[in-house]
Design a binder for this molecule. Sequence first.
Ligand SMILES: [Zn+2]
Length: 357
Amino acid sequence: MFVLDSHCDTPSQIYRLTDIGRRNTRGHVDFPRMKEGGVDGAFFALYVPPGLSPAESTSYALELFATLEDAVYGNPDKAAFASSPEEAYANKAKGLTSVFVGIENGSAIQKSLPLLRHFYRMGVRYMTLCHSKDNEICDSCADGHRWGGLSEFGKETVREMNRLGMMIDVSHISDRAFHDVISCSSSPVIASHSCCRALSDHPRNMTDDMLRALAANGGVIQINFYPVFLDAGFARILEESGLEETGDAVEAAFIADPSDNAKREAWYDIMDRLAALPRPSYKKIADHIDHAVSVAGIDHVGLGSDFDGIAVTPSGMDSVADFSLIFKELRERGYSDRDIEKIAGGNFMRVFSAVMA
Ligand SMILES: [Zn+2]
């Protein structure tokens, strides 16, 4: 069995932790804790904040990539890049953790297919089409309706990603953009970190209609661990706490000046206060898996934690070191070893291979 986490924001976190080769007490992902959690590989997202100018967006993605290269090449005994399932299996045979690269937010390519191709040649294997703002490619589920779905450039981008063999990630895009992608793409698509709207009503989550369309396309939904998406009740608790907004500002100040101890402590304090909120249990992740399996089928569900991109995790799932608890829970719910193998990474790897073929 190959255990894959299809989305973590650890490249952004590296600025805060500086060293993911050692076991950290803060942040959610590092190589030692991936081993502890039995995670064989993860997609590390180059997350591009939506507020940046076009030129800044590309240079920011490149800088994150370079930072990630330092982290991976600096730990040759622990990890290695992988740009295909075969490379990942070979890494695992050598005892190495695989680092796959994805881009989160198509703003990184500005409006340029040559840039898209360049990122592919660098080893980027999926692109999340947008983040929380509409961009040149499509509308976001969290913004206005600039295009009414996918733009003309967005359609060209989808076709070029199909041709290159780069996976199209529909997490964050609007419902209409999702349906446009499904009709435009000749390859299966992924939702690298999304939950089910039938269980928790949030625009970031997928409706049952979307899950059925994704299954018909041959794609896969990778369940997100963010308590806000898992449980609408917690979304209200977090909003009332005001901690998320304060936390964002404190975190930005810390990242801007990571050597300042006071700023570091202020960020730690926010993390502790967030963790002290009445968080839903990690078993909610299994609830969303159950639902997605019942609607889309066992061949179309996996895991995309969003670790290091979320300020708070479910209780019992404090970091990637706890990852294997999900499989224990699924076993207790009656899933067979073969089912668990599919959810753990088999389904995603099937799509990965199909897209690259
Ligand atoms: Zn995201």
